[in-house]
Design a protein around this ligand. Structure first.
Ligand code: FAD
Length: 458
């Protein structure tokens, strides 16, 4: 989305953009194509009052977001939406999930990945056709590997095009490779001791090439330890593709508890699924975690929002274990029975006393209600962390100019979308929104380059 928006806008403004895409297929895989298609800012309406949206971004990221980037996003989101519509992109409103701008057609309401002919797929095909019509070019099977520098300015890129090394000279280069969620070395360094045990809840195309190329020419990387946007998935997903990207176990986990292999809680479930997924990833064994809940939660939060686990997890073949007693559940799961019983008892007592915050780890109950686990049968789902995209990345200013460690811009080098950092993350892994970020900064880069071309890029 970032690359295609930028290329379209640049072509409109009289430039001659060339998109290098490493995927060889006409409908190459990427996160934009696989996405649910909801354009939002922190899950809110993009047309909400600007101050409210900026405050929300700063609040969910605990101040980790750059205020300048937040302002740029919020200011240009409505205009970017208008530009997308005028470029032929269609949206629908889905009140059931409180979203007003979802790329049409919307994905079906059932478990598994369904992207073909859906919003993200249509968006990319529409923008690509439009780009060609405007005189731009797309080269597929072209993996950018290195930036060409002339002194301190970026002047092009080296790419492997279907096995042949080629150089492409350009007055401006935009990195828009989608993040490093599929780069095991970077994940091990920043996200999880066992990246192979994290489910790739994405197109597997974000291999961190942009961050590496930028770093090699002196770019600053920000928020690399700020985790990822992702969700809690059923552990069976490693053998069963019908279990991703939906259903999510987020709401069930946020109503009950999540324990590790020793039957102890390890994270504040009340911070929500993205937070818990990041903490699952950090465990020495990220596959050891289990969500524990009861019949009331299964019938309540278990049926909440689109494609809930009750019944979609079961229908798609995911394992849900249940037992009339907690000790019986512990035995079935192979967990320490006294430990699990003690964890559940402590949790129930804190909920009954109205002080779940005093638990260790503390349990927030402001965003999601902490529900007692007391009505049999008792349930368990073995879970894992599903990573969608990384929140850290290349440091940029509000026009997408790539910044060095001393915050000076690298002439001719830009970055946009999920390859960038500085807008999302923080200690609670605040999610701002991938599509809107990609579209707004793609547009802004093209407009900056368009304006600056005559002076800076001669
Ligand atoms: C299942 C799922 C659901 C989602 N739902 C939503 C949602 O509803 N709302 C929302 O806001 N966000 C959502 N997201 C996140 C959103 O899709 C991404 O944040 C966004 O699409 C990122 O866009 P991008 O242009 O930065 O990257 P991408 O769309 O991933 O595009 C990057 C492109 O760069 C190519 N590439 C990578 N390396 C190279 C290289 N070296 N040379 C050449 N090409 C390269 C890749 O092949 C890819 O085509 C979802 C993501 C997923 C996976």
């Amino acid at each position: 989305m970032a690359g295609m928006v930028a290329a379209n806008r640049a072509a409109e403004l009289g430039q001659r953009p060339l998109v290098l895409e490493k995927g060889a297929d006409e409908r190459y895989a990427c996160n934009s194509r696989y996405s649910g298609g909801a354009l939002h800012i922190c899950m809110r309406d993009i047309q909400d009052e600007a101050e409210t949206l900026i405050d929300t971004i700063l609040a969910v990221t605990d101040g980790a977001a750059s205020k300048k980037l937040a302002q740029a996003l919020v200011t240009d989101a409505p205009r970017t939406y208008g530009w997308l519509k005028s470029s032929g992109i269609r949206f629908v409103r889905v009140p059931a999930i409180n979203q007003n701008y979802i790329l049409a057609p919307v994905r079906p309401n059932r478990a598994g990945l369904h992207w073909f002919g859906r919003g993200g797929d249509v968006l990319l095909r529409t923008l690509e056709a439009r780009l060609i019509g405007l005189g731009g070019r797309v080269v597929r099977a072209a993996r950018a590997t290195e930036l060409i520098m002339n002194g301190s300015a970026c002047k092009g890129v080296v790419a492997d095009v279907a096995g042949i090394t080629k150089t492409f000279h350009a007055k401006a280069v935009l990195l828009a490779d989608g993040g490093y969620q599929n780069a095991p070395d970077l994940l091990r360094q920043h996200v999880s001791p066992r990246p192979e045990l994290i489910k790739q809840r994405n197109a597997s195309t974000g291999t961190g090439d942009g961050a590496r190329m930028a770093r090699a020419v002196g770019a600053q990387l920000v928020g690399m330890n700020n985790g990822f946007y992702g969700h809690i998935l059923c552990r069976d997903v490693f053998e069963n593709d019908r279990l991703w990207p939906f259903p999510l176990l987020d709401y069930v986990a946020a109503s009950g508890i999540v324990v590790d292999g020793s039957g102890n809680r390890f994270a504040d479930e009340g911070q929500g699924g993205i937070y818990v997924a990041n903490n699952i990833a950090k465990l020495s064994d990220p596959l050891s975690s289990v969500v524990i809940f009861d019949e009331a939660i299964w019938q309540g939060a278990g049926r909440y929002r689109a494609i809930p686990p009750n019944p979609h997890l079961v229908l798609a073949g995911g394992t849900v274990t249940y037992h009339p007693s907690m000790s019986g559940l512990a035995v079935e799961l192979g967990l320490s029975e006294p430990n699990l019983q003690r964890t559940v008892n402590q949790y129930n007592a804190a909920v009954a006393a109205g002080n779940p915050r005093d638990l260790n780890p503390s349990r927030t109950a402001t965003m999601y209600k902490a529900c007692p686990i007391e009505r049999p049968p008792f349930y368990a789902v073995r879970v894992c962390a599903g990573i969608t995209y990384t929140m850290g990345g290349i440091a940029t200013d509000e026009n997408g100019r790539v910044l060095r460690d001393d915050s000076s811009p690298i002439s001719g080098l830009f970055a946009a979308g999920a390859t960038t950092g500085g807008l999302e993350g923080g200690p609670r892994y605040g999610y701002v929104g991938g599509l809107m970020k990609s579209a707004v900064f793609g547009l802004r880069v093209a407009e900056y380059v368009g304006k600056a071309f005559s002076r800076e890029f001669q």
